[in-house]
Write a protein that binds this ligand. Sequence first.
Ligand code: UD1
Length: 417
Amino acid sequence: MSIWRVQGGYPLEGSLTIQGAKNAVLPVLAATILTGSRTELTNVPDLRDVEASLNVLRRLGCTVQRQDDVVTVDSGGLTDFYIPRELTGQMRSSVIFLGAVLARCGQARIAMPGGCELGPRPVDLHLAAMRALGAEVSTENGEIVCRADGLTGGAVELALPSVGATENAMIAACAARGTTVITGAAREPEIVELQGFLRALGAEMEGAGSSVITVRGFSPAERVGWRVMPDRIAAATMLCACASAGGQVELRGVDPDHIQSVSDVLAAMGADVRAGTRRVSIRCDGRLRAGGTIVTGPYPGFPTDAQPLMMAASLKADGTTVFVENIFSCRYRQAAQMVRMGADIDVSGRRAVVRGVARLHGAEVLAEDLRGGAALIIAGLGAEGQTVIMDRGHVARGYEGLDRALTALGAQIEFVK
Ligand code: UD1
């Protein structure tokens, strides 16, 4: 169990560079196995989920090296197609390896870790996509088993714009004969990033960022280099932290378009948010007002991952904020912890109603998932006294040196492992 100790009441001042994106680097790492050659990735964040992915690559027979933010993967020696439960249990999104392993080996066997902290995490769309490309798919003893005697391009129609299923379909389609058209595709920036990386690897592909992605073929390139995009949810975290604590912060290396929906809400709350070239700044003087109704949805809608963060930023805003969570069924676990800090929140199914209070007080609270844990840290920055957040390693899955980054901005925060 790790502990975050946050002493509230210190405004944030300064600037920082945002880390590389967790949700972009995970599918990119999986896709490195497509070519059987060497890939050098830079701006790779040092996160538990990244470490878990590197362990999966090692287990499959790849040679993996890491030095600071540079990760080199040589997938020439890949021999295995099995990812056992001891590895998938460390990272819920390990299903992202399915398309890549199937594409490279003609078969894949991946243990599924079951439900996660956000509610059930079905994989039906991933499996349907593999079937649409000609794979035989079954589940045996909690393991997904896929086989294909050569994948064939075809129509992959996604019933929901699942980010992971879109990524798996894009990666697997690289190894398919003929053209694949993915419809109902997710449009998140990480999908555009994956298309860029797959093109660098040798894919002929277009359409990412729209709901139709076409994959025409693949001729593997040698020794590819790639720089991982900045993390839009880490950027949203810092904006919400400033909204909670007050102060003035500049984020460097971010794409303002990627966090537009979050910036818009903060601006509506009265924060002074300004976008520049690969930069966003925020200034918050005095009490913010409530941001109205915040509805999560697929990109470019308000990101579900930023919902707990924005909830933390809304706890002391003047008025009532309503959250409607449309992506995951169990994503308000932070609310009960925030109530322990004096917040006024009612949760009912997909809706949460936050009535702004004049002050929050420190309390001992429990981080029950990654973004919920970050949200409690944000709430603690805006509370009176000390907040102690007990955390079974959730926050380290997605944030690199969050304590150091916040300390550099003037926060009083201590992380004890
Ligand atoms: C990714 C992100 C996660 C983010 C989520 C939504 C990564 C590593 N994780 O997760 O941080 O919160 O997108 O933006 O990139 N679904 C099905 N069947 C499936 C797959 C998904 O019903 O086969 C449902 C899910 O239960 C959920 C919705 O589709 O309700 C969206 O999930 P999805 O976009 O797949 O999320 P992930 O890719 O797992």
